[in-house]
Design a binder for this molecule. Structure first.
Ligand code: ADP
Ligand code: MG
Length: 249
């Protein structure tokens, strides 16, 4: 991918800094993410992975540097962030489904509310997406009757309902019982195979090794090292990466 002269940069992060008060959490992040690329972000707890991800759709105010998504500079006050966000789906550790709505209604909500689709269109798309994540038969189920893995798959379908061209995942499997991790990772694997641009913060090193085009190791608010999974996992160069991998692998 990287040797192509027609690379299509989807996300360009330049000198990104983020502070909470006087706590500088991101200390100058530079990264380009290409269309269709699957980037996994790994690193110790507190290293700034979630904050980095949240800066990519401006869920955090950006302290310094720029984040350009699909050509839109998120730090430019004139840019309509809601428009940009419609192209970016985000899935969190906790699913945040609306408990009083069925799975299908959860998936239909955003397209209808934003007037992207009529109810009938949203219903059709919703049913297709629930089928895509293996939950066609759960369309009318309320979240309380679903397992954690099923809830997370509904949350992914809900994010996909806005037809995003970028998907951000923040530890999407960390709250799941071990036996449910696989079914959610399979959905991510399918999305990757379909060419979705994905930034995946994960503790699933096996998944990162198998699916990522590139793995970024973050620590203390900087990118310490990055590369293809075979390189980063197989022959990490930096002592901090070596130390981290020794603990988690
Ligand atoms: P990670 O996802 O790698 O565990 P985070 O991005 O969640 O790391 O957090 C990085 C640092 O930023 C931590 O020290 C955390 O306490 C701090 N932090 C994150 N969000 C906030 C916030 N909303 N207010 C203040 N500090 C925050
Ligand atoms: Mg986090």
């Amino acid at each position: 991918m990287s040797d192509s002269v027609t690379t299509d940069i989807k996300i360009r992060v330049t000198g990104l800094r983020k502070s909470f008060g006087d706590n500088e959490v991101l200390k100058g992040i530079d990264v380009d993410i290409e269309s269709g690329e699957v980037v996994c972000v790994i690193g110790p707890s507190g290293s700034g992975k979630s904050t980095f991800l949240r800066c990519l759709n401006k869920l955090e105010d950006i302290t310094g540097g720029t984040v350009v998504v699909d050509g839109f500079d998120l730090t430019d006050q004139k840019v309509d962030i809601d428009k940009v966000r419609q192209h970016i789906g985000m899935v969190f550790q906790h699913f945040n489904l609306f408990p009083h709505m069925t799975a299908l209604e959860n998936v239909m909500l955003a397209p209808v509310q934003t007037k992207r689709a009529t109810k009938a269109e949203a219903r059709e798309t919703g049913q297709r997406l629930l089928a895509q994540v293996g939950l066609a038969e759960k369309a009318d189920a309320k979240p309380a009757s679903l397992s954690g893995g099923q809830k997370q798959r509904v949350a992914i379908a809900r994010a996909l309902a806005m037809s995003p061209d970028i998907m951000l995942f923040d530890e999407a499997t960390s709250a799941l019982d071990p036996e449910m991790v696989g079914e959610v990772l399979q959905v991510l694997r399918d999305l990757a195979a379909q060419g979705m641009t994905m930034v995946v913060v994960t503790h699933e090193m096996g998944f990162a090794r198998e699916v990522a085009d590139r793995v970024i190791f973050m620590a203390d608010g900087v990118i310490v090292e990055q590369g293809p999974p075979a390189d980063l996992f197989g022959s990490p160069q930096h002592p901090r990466t070596q130390d981290f991998l020794a603990k988690v692998l």
